[in-house]
Design a protein. Structure first.
Length: 53
């Protein structure tokens, strides 16, 4: 904190998808818990008209 303000330092770097996938050492198993929430969000937002009809 500087003078009562929170400061952030951000760096941007160009990456390939392979670079990002290397950071996920345990694979996609930990994402399964979010599949239901993602599907409900899609249905409720109208992204899937077949379920909403």
């Amino acid at each position: 904190m500087v003078d009562g303000e929170v400061r952030y330092s951000v760096a941007l770097a160009e990456r390939e998808i392979e670079d990002i996938l290397k950071l996920d050492s345990d694979g996609r198993d930990d994402e399964r818990a979010f599949e239901v929430a993602a599907r409900m969000s899609e249905v409720l937002s109208g992204g899937d008209r077949s379920e909403a009809a």
